[in-house]
Write a protein that binds this ligand. Sequence first.
Ligand code: SF4
Length: 238
Amino acid sequence: MDNLRRQYLKAMGIPVWVRRDQPAQAAPVAPEAVAEQMPGSSVVAAEAQETSRLDWPALGERVASCTGCELHRTRIQTVFGTGNPQAQWMVVGEAPGADEDRQGEPFVGRAGQLLNAMLRAVGLAREQVYIANILKCRPPRNRDPRPEEVSCCEGYLHRQVELIRPRIILAVGRIAAHNLLKTDVSLGRMRGQCYRYSDTDIPVVVTYHPAYLLRSPGEKRKAWEDLRFAARICAEGG
Ligand code: SF4
């Protein structure tokens, strides 16, 4: 393990032990990817069709002025997404929180810093990936997104995925995983599996949300394993 990686693992709060009798080995990774086709996203058909024809600037404008669900009443601003539109990795979270609502960018604050450290640990700068959420507006008091809100908003994320065509999607947190993959399987059981996003062949790997990891630092090592698993799938071409 090189020094740089060791530094990032340290930044994530993961203790690193190196056996003295042999070189450091890769942590065990999950078995071969299990492709699992999941049902597609559901959006109102006419709006979905229209959204699916938008280019980046038009999509950004559409989201910025969206009043499609009740969340537009309480937001400060929409949080479209950030990063490289040609990214190989796409990170998808749940919804903006208070900091994101204020700054207009996903994953800022302490959770954002931890996400950056997690990405660095697998050799990725934040600017290299694309980061977005299931919902583009903050739910009041950070409550869970409601099904009708997801239904109304997910066409935007779907179009972002279509435009980026990432080699892998990392779903961070239970809400993101459930809504991306249309399942209610527990996050713990979804870890270490390779799913497919909607009707595409884009692999999806799930891991814990950085906000959860801040509350449960003992789980950081599992997140590290998930990231390595995702990196392996990405390197193998899905
Ligand atoms: S959450 Fe999505 S659908 Fe609802 S107002 Fe915001 S951008 Fe529109």
